[in-house]
Design a protein around this ligand. Structure first.
Ligand SMILES: [Zn+2]
Length: 394
């Protein structure tokens, strides 16, 4: 891997390459952009380009070889001067280990695996450890690079601690903060960093790359996932890499296909199906004991987090339905592998009803983020979606 091998993000990368070439890499970067779009990936590539031991890769633009000892250590996440910090999950109060993160969680924090649920945060201790290291000489690197992922989850104490260091930065360290929620960041921190904005990876770039990476997947499915991802390349790749997740997408679309003809009292059962899909989606994405433990101790928060992805898929179904109901020959649908079913069912919905369905789904997403009761919110949504076709039959 190298800058050159990154799919998309040409503009952010050229800004970074110019900084390396000029020898003026700032003490703080803020990478802002959609979740799972490739911000951390580019941050790691920057760390490699700054520390690669093979100088043959500085021309025509600074990059890394991906093969020297420094590059390999950074890629594996074991370089002593390059650190990646992610939000720690706070366990529920009733968990007997709630006071201290277990060894396993601390390991997970340092690993490259992504475990995130709503309500996780970057703690004072995590930031304090980085600050101490920032003021020490590098062990091996030319420049230390500390990546703080989802920096908006820093608690206020942690953020203020970081701010102090950014105000008087040690000369040989670059902090890279990533966020998908720029408005949640402290303005004082934003102003101390050079902001770089990441755009969704265009489908023309993501499509061919993902088709090459997943030659055994049907092209229509790859296209559907690319469209569904909205330019979040990493998310699309993860989805395609895990057949069990794809199976959940399928189950969800089957549920949507079955909606017309349902009775109102089916709403409760369909809500349960929806929650089961969210649970299966979690276990398919997050393997291992930590994920299982998290689910056990934070079931509600895990399901809320996953329900966001689940409802996004449902949303694409009704957006597609809106398009097909308005123009049966449309080529712009997301779920291309379901084109036949969409065409069959389009007659059951009026376009205005599909628009209402999309609004209900969006509203449910918002209310779940605001702590609405998961089961009740899902039930209410299902009953409404059923009502669209139930009313028409009268
Ligand atoms: Zn190298």
């Amino acid at each position: 891997m190298s800058f050159q091998a990154v799919i998309g993000h040409n503009q952010p990368i050229s800004v970074l390459q110019r900084a390396i070439a000029s020898g003026r890499v700032p003490p703080g970067y803020l990478f802002a952009g959609p979740p799972n779009v490739g911000k951390t990936l580019v941050a790691v590539e920057l760390a490699k380009a700054l520390n690669c031991l093979d100088e043959g890769h500085m021309d025509p633009a600074p990059d890394s070889c991906g093969q020297c000892e420094a590059c390999r250590k950074i890629e594996k996440g074991i370089h002593p001067d390059v650190r990646l910090v992610r939000p720690l999950v706070k366990l529920q109060e009733d968990d007997d280990e709630s006071k201290k993160p277990s060894k396993r969680e601390r390991r997970a924090d340092d690993s490259t695996r992504e475990v995130f649920i709503e309500g996780s945060e970057i703690t004072r201790d995590q930031v304090a450890a980085l600050m101490t290291q920032a003021h020490l000489h590098p062990v091996e690197a030319r420049r230390k690079v500390f990546v703080i992922e989802r920096a908006e989850t820093m608690n206020p104490t942690a953020a203020n601690r970081l701010l102090k260091t950014l105000e008087e930065p040690p000369g040989d360290t670059t902090f890279i903060l990533t966020t998908a929620k720029l408005p949640d960041m402290l303005p004082t921190i934003i102003s101390r960093c050079q902001s770089i904005h990441f755009q969704p990876v265009p489908a023309e770039q993501a499509g061919p790359a993902l088709r090459e990476m997943h030659p055994d997947t049907v092209p229509e499915t790859v296209e559907a996932v690319v469209a569904l991802s909205g330019g979040r390349f990493g998310w699309a790749h993860t989805l395609l890499s895990r057949p069990e997740v794809m199976a959940q997408r399928s189950a969800l679309l089957d549920l949507a296909v079955g909606l017309p003809g349902r009775q109102m009292f089916d709403g409760m059962r369909l809500a349960e199906d929806l929650i089961e899909i969210a649970e299966a989606w979690w276990s398919a994405t997050e393997e291992g004991k930590l994920a299982a433990k998290l689910f056990k101790s934070n079931r509600d928060r895990v399901l809320r987090t996953m329900m966001g992805d689940v409802l996004d898929v449902l949303l694409t179904w009704f957006r597609d339905m809106t398009l097909v109901a308005a123009d049966p020959g449309t080529q712009t649908i997301v779920n291309r592998d379901r084109a036949v079913q969409l065409a069959e069912l389009a007659g059951r919905y009026r376009p205005t009803d599909c628009v209402r369905a999309c609004r209900w789904i969006e509203n449910t997403k918002v209310s779940l983020r605001q702590n609405a009761n998961l089961r009740l919110a899902c039930e209410a949504l299902m009953v409404r979606l059923i009502s669209l076709t139930a009313i028409q039959r009268r």
